[in-house]
Write a protein of this length. Sequence first.
Lengths: 273, 261
Amino acid sequence: MNKKFWLVSPPVLLLIAFCVIPLFIMVYFSFLSDGADPHLTLSNYLDFFQKGFYLKLTWKTISTSLIVTIICILIGYPMAYIMAKVINSGKTIILIAIIIPFWTSQLVRAYSWQNLLRDGGILEMILRKFHLIGSEPLGILFTQTAVIIALVHIFFPYMVITIYMSLEKMDHSIIEASKSLNAGPFTTFWRIILPLSKPGIISGSILVFVPSLGVFVEPRILGGTKGSVIGTVIEDQFFEIYGWNFGAAIAFILLMIVLISIAILSKFAKEEV
Amino acid sequence: MIKKGFGWLYTGIIFIFLYAPIAVLMLMSFNKSQYNSLPFQFSTRWYKDLANDQTLIDASLTSIYIAAVTAIFCVILATMLMLWIVQTKSKWKKWIDSLVILPLTIPWLILGLALLLLLNFLKLDKNYFVLLIGHIIVSLPYTVMVIKARLQSLDLTINEASASLGANEWTTFRKITLPLLFPAMLAGGFLAFVISFDNFILSYFLIPSGHSTLPIEIYSSIKFGFTPVINAVSTIILAGTTIVILFIIMVMKASLKYLFK
């Protein structure tokens, strides 16, 4: 036993008592039946897996997070690459400018898209001015597209930063070596740079995919009735329907999806690096 | 060079994407129209409304109070934890590392409802004590990250030097470690403050009925039809957090590169 255990025990006990134990209590409630005389039952889980609605919802949640992650990689990678390899000056300022919105209120940033995306809003006016759309309304707000745009906006700094870190660490002489062996820029990128930046892409994907699974504010504010995901259904169970035990079961399923995704992605990261 | 030009162009497009919604929101907070409609007419009317909105002011004060308490506890707990982690050879270290990161891995939605179920299990009403603990738990990993980055950038042999000169552990901590760590503690505290102040989900689940925080007020205003006052209060929040974040980055400049390790 370490002699300075008194230093570490308060934070550790706090986390065990108010983070680990509540999760077990959540699992306990998820096996309880509703009503005045609760008893242990599997019915909450059976309800979930027998109703097509919830399975569809689960798939929608996972696919939305996947789409968000892929878009983040596609637009984040070039940004990280530009910062690491193309420009020499102003890197720190760009990095800071990417981080700042990331730390500002997620709620406010989700809300800020309402002004931009709504019918008759600024984006519609700009697009119409350039004759990119006709007189029909934009029709983005309160759809899945609006939710995806906002989630990309919120989470993509993670992707830029992790990919940037892995590109920055890369030994430039490897790229020179590849060039001197007559590899074209495409081959160098595909065979050398991309595989070496894989750890960055994967940790970025964990940081984007996992939090996207558990959102409910963005779907609520921007997705309208079409935006329902697991998160919004859990919120409904706790604040509208008062089906807490069923809500706990859905939350536990969500937690399992989160943990399984982390396990799969971390396994990817360990392979052939 | 074409490559560089293209690089800056792409950076510009990304920045428009990042900042356009925020810029529009800020602009609209100075627009006279009730329905955010254009053309733009400058007005500070919504800020005046805000100054008279007692509900929003009370909610803001509650948020500030929660964030301040959270920040103080996060700094103390994170410092204790880190002082232990840097000098320990315990086999528990790995477990404790993962335990501290746990609240980052679990969606806040789940943490919030798990704490609510804990209260229910203990047959207790929602209270500020558990609300504060929830805020502390979700902010702690960030404070730990900042303090850890600073500790990694420090040369800890200086502590041994101090000990070899006969200083006891308390003196070494007070005279050597604490002053060196102070900037990171400050930065970590402000970071916890910002995270707690902006935290909607934990408060939403755990706030005692009849009370509210600023994010809760914003959320319900957005849900039940928007009001331009929310644009004004959001602008103030964005400006405030940006200043705090810039301050943190300035303080942490030296150890910034350790932050993501």
